[in-house]
Design a protein. Structure first.
Length: 225
């Protein structure tokens, strides 16, 4: 077992293709993003290697890369720990997310056709069902897919590349407040779909800005709830 344990069934299977160090990195990043490995949790190389069925070397390499990217803290004489984000750190990232996603919503309203709207509606229905089933993991994954679809409909490659850089961290911050945001988040998604479908760029921008701001505020208030 890991120092603080891993929930049953959370360890992803490593796919065979691709370099082993890359597959171990992706597996550990997914465990951190979904908070199966929690902020502040001690990461022991030998235990992680045992769970993933690999030697310690690719785990060590993955932890070093995750440290460089800010997901893991390597402390002298103590070892590796999942990074614990400061409130200011979260605030800065979620504020940047608001800028990117508001512009994506505007562009989606300008360019989207019926197939794109239907795809958003399907994702929204899936997210609403996940909330009704109290399936937080599925709600988080579907929320990410919904926002990724809006970004795709925007049709701006540079904007999409920038959004991809913060996508996993957004999921990381959204996971602990997903239940609290609940169905309200999907009501806001419905409002966004309506704005995009009516090609109202100003309204789409306004709805997305308010939507992402609600998530940012909820994250900061999470411990008071």
């Amino acid at each position: 077992m890991l120092s603080a344990g891993l929930p049953q069934g959370t360890v992803p299977k490593l796919e065979r293709p691709g370099p082993l160090r890359e597959r171990v990195y992706e597996a550990l990043l997914e465990l951190i993003t979904t908070r199966a490995l929690r902020p502040g949790q001690h990461l022991v190389e030998s235990e992680l290697a045992g769970h993933l069925g690999v030697s310690r070397q690719p785990v060590r390499e993955a932890l070093q890369r995750l440290n460089t990217e800010g997901w893991v803290d390597l402390r002298p004489a103590q070892g590796a720990f999942v990074h614990e984000p400061a409130e200011e750190e979260a605030d800065q990232l979620l504020s940047v997310r608001t800028l990117l996603e508001a512009e994506a919503a505007r562009l989606a309203a300008a360019h989207s056709g019926r197939p794109g709207i239907e795809a958003l509606e399907e994702l929204c229905a899936r997210g609403e069902q996940a909330v009704a089933d109290d399936d937080v993991d599925l709600a988080v994954a579907t929320n990410a897919a919904f926002h990724a679809k809006v970004m795709e409909l925007a049709g701006n490659v540079v904007l999409s590349e920038l959004a991809a850089q913060v996508d996993r961290r957004v999921r990381w911050y959204y996971t602990p407040v997903a239940r609290q945001r609940g169905n309200r988040s999907w009501i806001e998604h419905r409002e966004l779909i309506a704005a995009i479908a009516s090609r109202d760029e100003g309204r789409a921008t306004e709805v997305m800005r308010a939507h992402t701001e609600h998530t940012r505020q909820t994250y900061h208030l999470r411990e008071q709830s």
